[in-house]
Design a protein around this ligand. Structure first.
Ligand SMILES: [Zn+2]
Length: 480
């Protein structure tokens, strides 16, 4: 989590129009002109940057951008204001916004083997833009058929408390259909090949994402590539013939493993401690120096605006966020003012202490889209000059049962000592030469739990059931 200024809301005027799809040449119904597409892209881009954060490595950003721009120049829409950005998100994902704004997460990079695969991912996302998939999806989304349900767990908390524009967010989590995916795969392979990269990078990264899908049961609930780009493994076969065709007549494609590996050496893997880390169901923030234990088994996700936790298989949520404190406001008025602004009425409230800090504990009622009437147990805690909101949210009928759980979690809030904070460091991508007798398990174990053996194998284009070959150089994850 990070404190951020409010985001501007998106204001869009939709005009129905029939447009020619630049990548396919077919006429189709679209709600968006190209200039609207670009306008929406620019506004959404500002929000993506603010909400996800930009990964701070100018060399890496330039590297990714250069490859993307080379590919985009070869596409059917070279004159869009193309932009390629690595966002500071640990999940494995890449996505495109109408108008030519393409993002890849830092989390996807360790799962790519070389520059040709990176070109394949970027080419795939360029394909979504040139074929206007995201513009069409966006038209459908704001037209009402693809509602906010697609956003999953982010919606309930985002709506009352966050500063997130739902329409901008909706674009990020649009699920593409199978035909769109196949088309983007083909376009991506074509662009990569025209740029001189081996188009086999496309099926190669699809294979890796498919393995990741099978290996990573613990990633469910987090919006990632697999939730927005379905069925990677079946697509490997589909794109095969085109890749073979593109490769006939030329063997001179670049793969460039060495250049790619130089760029991801030292990349942050998993949580970045400067924004707090999730450990099991707890959230620890070494810079803001606190820990909060959400209920056991709850799924916790961290974003710059807030930390959100969800009960397994139930619409019960907790969130943690920093509250803007108006000058001179006492805690009670800060608490009541914020909740009122968010559209909730106070039912009860009293001053209390949480871990020796001043706090205001209240109960609030209101409505949240998707949940209906809700009750909220919220504490505003005054710690180290900042006010934290810790809130439990549940449909009103379930409040009596959930309140004790909420209050236990709220009261787990505590300060971290300097030493405890010091021990929380980021994990980093590194390289290692496999020795005789090594297994994925033994190599993963040496990293102190920073990565599972399955993910380590997949990261190195290997089946988790295989044995790493002695003498090969592999990617590993080490404690910082
Ligand atoms: Zn896709």
């Amino acid at each position: 989590m990070r404190a951020l200024p409010p985001a501007a809301a998106l204001a869009i005027t939709l005009v129905a129009a029939c447009a020619v799809n630049p990548a396919t040449g077919e006429r189709e119904f679209s709600l968006m002109s190209e200039s609207q597409e670009i306008a929406i892209g620019r506004e959404s881009d500002a929000q993506v940057r603010q909400e996800m954060g930009i990964y701070e490595d100018p060399d890496l950003q330039r590297y990714v951008s250069d490859i993307g721009m080379r590919l985009a120049a070869l596409s059917e829409r070279p004159n869009l204001p193309w932009q390629f950005t690595v966002v500071d998100v640990p999940a494995v994902n890449a996505f495109a916004i109408p108008g030519g704004f393409i993002y890849i997460t830092r989390g996807i990079l360790p799962f790519l083997a070389n520059e040709a695969q990176l070109a394949g991912v970027l080419g795939h996302e360029i394909g979504h833009v040139t074929a206007r998939h995201s513009a069409q999806q966006y038209s459908r989304a704001v037209g009402g058929t693809l509602g906010l349900a697609a956003l999953g767990i982010f919606v309930p908390a985002a709506r009352p408390f966050g500063q997130i524009s739902e329409q901008a967010l909706a674009v990020l989590f649009l699920k593409y259909g199978r035909d769109d995916e196949l088309q983007a795969d083909s376009l991506g392979a074509r662009y990569a090949a025209s740029g001189g990269w081996d188009p086999a990078g496309v099926p190669a990264f699809l294979s890796t994402l498919g393995r990741l899908d099978q290996a990573a049961g613990d990633r469910r609930g987090v919006p990632n590539w697999l939730s927005t780009h379905p069925e990677p493994l079946s697509r490997v076969d589909e794109v095969g013939p085109l890749v073979a065709e593109l490769k006939t007549g030329s063997t001179d494609f670049s793969v460039d493993r060495a250049a790619f590996e130089r760029q991801i050496d030292g990349l942050v893997f998993g949580d970045d401690p400067t924004q707090g880390v999730v450990r099991g169901s707890s959230f620890l923030h070494p810079e803001l120096r606190f820990q909060l234990d959400f209920p056991n088994q709850w799924q916790v996700s961290n974003s710059p605006q807030q930390v959100l936790a969800k009960a397994p298989n139930a619409d019960v949520f907790m969130l943690l966020e920093l509250v803007q404190r108006p000058q001179g406001g006492d805690l009670r008025s800060v608490a009541l003012g914020q909740m009122q602004m968010a559209g909730f009425r106070a039912v009860e409230g009293a001053a209390t202490r949480v871990a020796n800090f001043d706090a205001f504990l209240g109960r609030y009622q209101g409505a949240i889209e998707g949940l209906g009437e809700v009750d909220i147990r919220a504490a505003h805690v005054d710690y180290d000059g900042r006010v934290y909101l810790i809130a439990g949210i549940v449909p009103s009928s379930g409040f009596a049962r959930a309140d004790a759980t909420f209050q236990t979690a709220i009261r787990s809030f505590r300060a971290l000592s300097a030493r405890e904070a010091e021990e929380i460091r980021p994990n980093l991508v590194d390289f290692y030469t496999v020795r005789n007798g090594d297994t994925w398990q033994s190599i993963a174990a040496r990293s102190g739990g920073a990565i599972t053996p399955e993910a380590l194998a997949v990261m190195n284009e290997a089946d988790p059931g295989s044995t790493p070959a002695t003498g090969t150089r592999i990617k590993i994850v080490v404690g910082g």
